[in-house]
Design a binder for this molecule. Sequence first.
Ligand code: PLP
Length: 390
Amino acid sequence: MLKLPVYLDNNATTPCDDRVVEAMLPYFTRHYGNAASRNHPFGWTAEEAVDIAREQVARLIGADPKEIVFTSGATEADNLAIKGVFEMYAAKGNHIITAATEHKAVLDTCKHIEQLGGEVTILPVDADGLINLEALEAAITPATVLIAIMYANNETGVLQPIKQISALARKQGVLFFTDGVQAAGKIPVDVNEDGIDLMALTAHKMYGPKGVGALYVRRKNPRVKLSAQIDGGGHERGLRSGTLNVPGIVGFGKAAELALSLMKEEMVRLAHLRNRLENALLTLEQTSVNGSRAHRLPHVTNIAFKHIEGEAMIMGINKDIALSSGSACTSASLNPSHVLIAMGLDETLAHGSLRFSPGRFTTPEEIDYTIERVINTFKKLVALNSAWRT
Ligand code: PLP
């Protein structure tokens, strides 16, 4: 039996997997030690659990456990990477390159860098949401210390050419940071094969808990140095002070382990569900997919409905189907999505766009229900629109 509401907003956040919650529970009650307490078994047990989680997260991205710095989430990891490199490499230069479709956690951090006297180049994207590699190469100057380009976009699922970007960065001796939040755990990501120097991750987009994430920081070829942004007791090798969130970290580790073991089969199953939904909605008059369909995460589709307002569609169905018009972080405002605008959509079409992101627990029945409800609501709204116009 279909249970309402249907959740198709997994890019905003994912439910915690039961296996993750189960792994976390003992660390709230029985094993509540502080992982930094070195002189008793409570501390040792907590530290051991953190070590295991560090290995699990590292394995997901092909890193060494020593390269994982736990944080409160990806917003903090984005801040630590960008501000940390900017401060640490001040003697080399003050220039950062990013792109117009980045998450606000990156774009607003770059704005802050400008206030500190840094220079930021924001690369445009094409209609597919992709950056131009020649434009990237041309933007690099002797003062460039960091390229910050996301792996996969949260609104469209579009995948940037990570290997080519990292090759350019390497050639020019510039560090490469990627916000890997939407890609890690969903598709194969390997920091060595991909040539990534720093990467932000968060547990709550991979069926783990909210409030815990990590920054991957390369230790070899090259060894990346960072200025800490939170000072205190010197946790996480001095890069991020503060008592470790042991239950959260344990959950993150378990979520990463599960994501790795389920990835192959989830990619196929979710691509199938996404395509079924997408193909059905594309039969409607004047609908189109926003962003490259060839370079895209398997579980995301962002669809522009030409004749309607996305908000009106959402109001028509949101008691029964959870989805998103633009990024969840900015959907409290009615500003059109900066991602879609950067891809060349006009404001009306950006407002008339919806993001569908099925996930691990989405069923084929839920997809079929969504197809029917969206198509019916679309037809009603179009009829209302034309009645209003005549
Ligand atoms: N980066 C991207 C691409 C995201 O989608 C999100 C989540 O909204 C974040 C960063 C922020 O992550 P967190 O919620 O862990 O701070």
